[in-house]
Design a protein around this ligand. Sequence first.
Ligand code: DGL
Length: 277
Amino acid sequence: MVGARIEQPIGVFDSGVGGLTVLKALQRRLPLEDFLYLGDTARLPYGTKSAQSITRYALQAATLLVRQPVKLLVIACNTASSVALPALHELFHPLPIIGVIGPGAEASCKASVSGAIAVIATESTVRQGAYNDAISRIRPDASVISVACPLFVALAEEGWVDGPLVEGIIARYLQPLLIVPKPHRIDCLVLGCTHFPVLSEAIANVVGTEIALVDSAETTAVAVEDKLRSEGLLHDSGRKAGSVHFFATDGADRFARVGGIFLDKPISPADVEIVDL
Ligand code: DGL
């Protein structure tokens, strides 16, 4: 890409702290890279908003990161990926931009034996049908059923990730998927929202061991590595561990407190810069 340099950071964006599950996988796979993470916490949730609003928010958030500048942008939000990727590509061409839907679809097609796949996501991602399209492109024989689980975002943002109350809410959303008899019974459940991996233990307790849970974090990190390598922008040696800088649009304390659960390491409120988009 014109002007992109290897020493520039990678920009990562989500509506809140959910994308930190993707950042965690990115840092593990690409330990030498620097990252800028932006959580649009003032406007969360995106998943209940219209496609127009989500696209506008995503373009504003991406603009802040692109101006830093970054060498690659990761849309670590299924909702923004399913709605706004074409507009982002158009506006920021030729910057490499990677969303999480394609990598998540790829992971589910690998994990499912029967091809009966369920996707749980926000209302907007379900309405958009982006997973159905991406999965059937890779595996035309697959049957995909999508269920919106908007309350999971609130639970995750609140840091409520386990216990009987949480499992009760999960069961209420997922029960219809679990009573489908074989051979149509699903064998793979896609966590199609970057907020959901922190609930994966509670979800596994509800769905049992015969259904594989997949999320897009690892496959997205592989896609980012491949892209950086092919563009000649990958840090692969001769450098100390990379850094991370956090931006949020509201609530540094809350971002740090809940974000630590998602990233699996403590975040100090002093390290969270509040920005206006
Ligand atoms: N983390 C976002 C996603 O992956 C959704 C959260 C929200 O509704 O803002 O879809």
